[in-house]
Design a binder for this molecule. Sequence first.
Ligand SMILES: NC(=O)N[C@@H](CC(=O)O)C(=O)O
Ligand SMILES: [Zn+2]
Ligand SMILES: [Zn+2]
Length: 349
Amino acid sequence: MPDQKITDLTLRRPDDWHLHLRDGAMLQAVLPETTRHFARAIIMPNLVPPVVTGDQARAYRDRILAARPEGSDFVPLMTLYLTEETDPDDVAAAHAAGLIAAVKLYPAGATTNSASGVQDFDKVRPVLDRMAEIGLPLCVHGEVTDSSIDIFDREATFIDRILKPMRKKNPDLRIVMEHVTTQDAVDYVRDTAKNLAATITTHHLIINRNHILAGGIKPHFYCLPVAKRETHRIALVQAAVSGDKRFFLGTDSAPHTDAGKLQACGCAGIFTAPNTMSCLAEVFEAAGALRQLEAFTSLNGPAFYRMAPNEGTIRLVKGDPVSYPAQIDTADGPVTVFDPGFPLHWRVT
Ligand SMILES: NC(=O)N[C@@H](CC(=O)O)C(=O)O
Ligand SMILES: [Zn+2]
Ligand SMILES: [Zn+2]
């Protein structure tokens, strides 16, 4: 039942624990959409070429800082893109210098710009061992790349084939399963006592696979991992609104130009930065759980990353439907904003 009485909600400033900002003109255009509401974000390193070394992370961080809107105190939390050549000493030095908050594991070929990712997981053992020693989290795109596995099963199969053995060999490694999409992943995280958490995106709380495929193909709802059937979406909502500290927001806001998405082989990624907080308020309200929104967006993430929650607050007020642009303009072309398919009544003031 909806929280009928709550129409005004003050939360600690939220953070986004999984964000794509890209670079150059796209960075300039999309960054203000995040800094408007979010204090910090874990910045994904899948640029072309990827952010692999500490020096590259420093340079990318400086480009983000330079692109911040006037007066913004937004803090980018940088990550390194794990490759089979990654040097454990470079990772440890970047961590010690306060430059990075995590390392990102992409199975090679799993998603956008993942070609330089990991094929042979034994080759990255020394890096993972060092990360466990120093307490540096590993963020994981959890899908197998085996083409014989059905795309809707790739997350569940990843848990059995890769994640469980990896955690057995290295139980001290702190892992975030990024953008979980299945009941299987929710159960696995819930059944694990420590060193494992998961981010959940805005869009996976709202769409299921029918949104992509029924009544005509909808490229703007296509992302990876691909949205699953409704039972899985419901499991994600239950995890998000539960208050369980192991689940927190990572929007996976992933801008691609419309030209990149609307073609015979369109890019994976959904751009949710502009309306995420309004969307989430609707989802939590419908679940009768508005009071758990702050844990999901502002408390659980910092707790896992061993950071203090933000000091400031944001205020959400319910009223007439909020309008937001259908697209934002970038020098590379328009980028379509996620359309949740229902009116958004919650405005961030
Ligand atoms: N989620 C997506 O569909 N796309 C992301 C990559 C990723 O997070 O897997 C992107 O970089 O576009
Ligand atoms: Zn991913
Ligand atoms: Zn992503």
